[in-house]
Design a protein around this ligand. Structure first.
Ligand code: ZN
Length: 153
């Protein structure tokens, strides 16, 4: 019994023949494969190639999101999310932010070099995140016995 898998060449031939108007029955006779197998490949349910990227609910909004984030790299994700939801996006917030990351839609900010939506706001793009942790750690190390300013990098 033949394996129900098609080779890449068979899959291509099946697609070509189908494009030319051959029926699934004719293609299955030609390749000596059963019709269910041919049909599954033609429908894209199976393929010899790499699996297709899983479609995301955000796909129709990718260009829009890219434009918005290019215009303001610090646009908070929650704001953009609310925006695309009003435009019909139906995915969750977590899949939204994941897609933003995997598609690298948020560019680095030209003025501060960051693109992670840090403390910048639409009203004050010059606002910087105040580094709260570093000075405190520094102070703790200075305060530790045996430490001096000199051996702290
Ligand atoms: Zn910035």
């Amino acid at each position: 019994m033949r394996s129900p898998m098609l080779t890449a060449a068979e899959e291509k031939e099946a697609r070509d023949l189908f494009q030319l108007g051959y029926s699934i029955s004719a293609i299955s006779r030609h390749l000596g494969r059963d019709r269910a197998t041919i049909r599954a490949y033609l429908r894209g349910e199976r393929t010899t190639g790499a699996p297709r990227a899983r479609p995301s609910a955000l796909d129709p909004f990718l260009d829009y999101c890219r434009r918005q984030l290019t215009g303001s790299p610090h646009l908070p994700a929650a704001v953009l999310y609310a925006d695309v939801v009003t435009r019909g996006y139906s995915g969750s917030y977590s899949s939204f932010t994941r897609t933003i990351r995997t598609h690298r839609l948020r560019p680095d900010c030209p003025s501060c070099g960051r693109g992670d939506g840090h403390a910048g706001s639409p009203a004050g793009p010059a606002t910087r995140e105040v580094p709260v942790q570093a000075p405190r750690r520094y102070a703790e190390r200075v305060a530790r016995p045996g430490n001096s300013e000199a051996n702290i990098r």
